[in-house]
Design a protein around this ligand. Structure first.
Ligand code: GAL
Length: 688
């Protein structure tokens, strides 16, 4: 188990470094991410290099038995780069420059930035590639974090090249973008600009490519550095830190290029869905590289500095949040940062070693945590523990949130709502693009999968044919990979699987203020006809966003709208297809409806929770034979679980978990007659 933090010794005088290493050992730290923002210290001017301090720091860490995740330091170019090479600066939509003075002020597609960054990486790699302390390489930092898009001239030139490579001919691009519309037909690639400030909507197909391009430019920066490291003979794992569901970068496309997935996660203490949202993020990053444990590269020991209000963590929350990562596949727990900064924007951000020193609750909690994690036995790699797939797709995210649609959709919020209904049932869930839905799963849920690529449609169809249960909708299977309607209307790919014909979207009115939160919309009883109530068994529910007009061709109607413009038409359908079933939901249900529908498909598919009947606020996750149970509540609970305590070896039975308490248990998968091999048998796990 890796345990450590970002370490920025360049912010401190040399006298502090010995104390750092001594205290790191005391805290159980065995790895640090070193020098992430140290470019200006390593290269104070063009052609001037200073590695002496870094040699000293790495030497001290090595002597102390602390391994180094060596940063390539390219995330914040020094002042001389911006002053001498203004072409490295990014630009906003209107073409105005972003200026230095913060960080991440570089245009990812700038050849000059790449040349200068590449030179830095090469020097670092050649100097340290064989150093015994260097255990991993940390490329850049949170690519794209602050600057979601760059509209500079460097981006313009790179975009034209990228489009040329993608389409070959400008005619192919015209077809893919549908440029007959609004006189947008291009004669040459060099007539194309980034989607800079325009009077009205940009061509949506071009916006989709622009998003792909933006993700690719960030990825190219990562790959450029990775290739330099490999060319210098690096044999250590190479990674960069992800940010969970981060819209600008398609991490599913990045993952094959990472030796290990690293992720930064800062749950917001004021978010009522903090546990659900963090579980989603951890399941997402685990699903990016099945079978390979991931690293929580950054979390906060206590408060952050960058939200408008920054409360700290309540006692025990740090350990509980950490256990959520371990239980969901992490083999490394790290923080931003080791020693709290004395100056700069993050001087209020918590750290392992706070300003107030070692006589603090923070220090006690990080040393306790280090001891506990250090004593854990070796954990199994996270495998195919989930029998449920939540379909989540970056290209769809980009396309479904484009403007000029029947309704405004917050895709991540919708996915979190559907995920929440699975998480609250204690089910293990993988979060994957449609192409990755295979017969390793029993149930797949695809919310608002507006853009459905041919390959994705084929794998979902195969999945159901082979016996899986698919729940789709609403606003699913509407456009192809170019954001164009296919001929034949909508649900052209999944229609046969779902047994329905789709006629119209039936957009409902939206909230007049606030976001597109499902609750907000469902609660709003707006203009006549915009209500979309439906009844499922005894459950009275309401839909929001859309009340689509679908006709059952072969499907059974499970629930119908009882009022509003869609009254009488199906809200939920179910259809036997091949050896499986396709369900369709024609509206975004409120939490009560969502829970009832998810309950119905869970029952139909036979998937079972990791641990049945857990008390509210208690979650469980499986990674191989390890089951992690966490009491996120404020009261103590008793759980009964068959297995042994992974920390003490003691047999388990009735176990008391205090508020924020964590239990790591060996509870092998029941290999008995249970049809659900991934679940602990209900009979052995019940609440007190
Ligand atoms: C991350 C970043 C770190 C630090 C941290 C503060 O986004 O990678 O460098 O800024 O946030 O929470």
């Amino acid at each position: 188990m890796l345990y450590g933090a970002d370490y920025n010794p360049d912010q401190w005088p040399e006298e502090v470094w010995d104390e750092d290493v001594r205290l790191m050992r005391e805290a159980g730290v065995n790895v640090v991410s070193l020098g992430i923002f140290a470019w200006s210290r390593i290269q104070p001017a063009e052609g001037v290099w200073d590695f002496a301090w870094l040699d000293t720091v790495i030497g001290k860490l090595h002597a102390g038995g602390i391994r180094v995740n060596l940063a390539t330091a390219t995330a914040s170019p020094p002042p001389w780069v911006s002053a001498q090479y203004p072409e490295t600066l990014p630009a906003d939509e209107s073409g105005a420059s972003y200026w230095p003075g913060s960080r991440q002020h570089f245009a990812p597609s700038s050849p000059t930035y790449r040349r200068l960054a590449g030179e830095l990486v090469r020097r670092l790699a050649e100097r340290y590639v064989d150093h015994p302390a260097v255990a991993m390489w940390h490329v850049g930092n949170e690519f794209g974090c602050h600057l979601w898009m760059d509209f500079s001239d460097a981006a313009r030139d790179a975009y034209r090249d990228w489009l040329g490579r993608r389409y070959g001919t400008v005619e192919a691009l015209n077809a893919a973008w549908g440029t007959s519309f609004w006189s947008q037909r291009y004669a040459r690639f060099d007539e194309i600009f980034p989607p800079r400030l325009a009077p009205y909507s940009h061509n949506p197909s071009s916006m989709l490519d622009w998003r792909r391009f933006t993700s690719d430019m960030l990825l190219e920066c990562y790959l450029m550095e990775r290739e330099i490291l490999l060319a210098a003979g690096a044999t250590q794992p190479i990674t960069t830190n992800f940010m969970g569901p981060f819209k600008p970068a398609d991490y599913a496309a990045w993952a094959p290029h990472m030796d290990v997935i690293a992720d930064d996660c800062y749950p917001d203490p004021t978010n009522p869905h903090r546990i659900r949202d963090a579980a989603f993020q951890r399941d997402l990053v685990r699903s990016l590289k099945p079978g390979v444990p991931w690293i929580l590269m950054e979390q906060a020991t206590d408060a952050v500095n960058w939200r408008p209000w920054n409360p700290g963590k309540r006692p025990g929350v740090l350990a509980a949040e950490t256990a959520q990562s371990v239980g969901r596949g992490a083999d490394g727990i790290m923080f931003f940062q080791w020693r709290q900064s004395r100056a700069g924007s993050e001087k209020f951000h918590s750290a392992m070693l706070p300003h107030a020193g070692t006589g603090t609750a923070t220090w006690r909690s990080v040393t306790d945590l280090g001891e506990r994690l250090g004593a854990l036995p070796e954990l199994p790699p996270p495998g195919r523990d989930a029998r449920v797939a939540l379909v989540f797709d970056w290209e769809n995210w980009w396309a479904v949130e484009e403007r000029d649609h029947p309704v405004e959709i917050d895709y991540l919020a919708l996915c979190l709502e559907w995920y929440g209904a699975l998480h609250s049932r204690g089910l293990m869930v993988d979060i994957v693009p449609p192409e990755k839905v295979d017969d390793g799963y029993d149930l797949a849920i695809a919310p608002a999968l507006y853009l459905l690529r041919d390959e994705g449609a084929a794998s979902l169809t195969r999945f159901v044919g082979d016996g899986g249960t698919l729940l789709a909708g609403p606003f699913t299977d509407i456009v192809d990979g170019h954001d164009q309607f296919r001929s034949g209307g909508f649900l052209t790919q999944l229609g046969p699987v779902l047994g329905v014909r789709f006629e119209d979207f039936g957009a409902l009115g939206g909230p007049t203020t606030g976001g597109t939160g499902v609750g907000a919309q469902a609660a709003r009883a707006s203009a006549d006809g915009d209500r979309a109530p439906f009844r499922l068994g005894h459950v009275e529910a309401t839909g929001s966003l859309v009340a689509e007009l679908v006709h059952p061709v072969e499907a059974d109607v499970v629930a119908s709208f009882t009022d509003g413009r869609a009254a009488g038409s199906p809200a939920v359908t179910r259809h036997a297809f091949g050896a499986g079933e396709g369900w369709y939901v024609a509206t975004m249900p409120d939490p009560v409806g969502l829970d009832a529908i998810v309950g119905a498909v869970v029952e139909a598919s036979g998937v079972r929770p990791v641990v049945a009947n857990l008390p509210a606020g208690v979650e469980a996750a499986r990674r191989g034979d390890l089951v992690t149970v966490i009491n996120h509540g404020d009261d103590e609970v008793v759980v009964t679980l068959a297995g042994t305590d992974a920390e003490t070896g003691a047999p388990l039975g009735r176990t008391t978990l205090p508020a924020q308490g964590v239990l790591f248990a060996w509870a092998p998968i029941d290999s008995g007659p249970s049809p659900m091999p991934t679940s602990v048998d209900d009979s052995v796990a019940t609440p007190a």
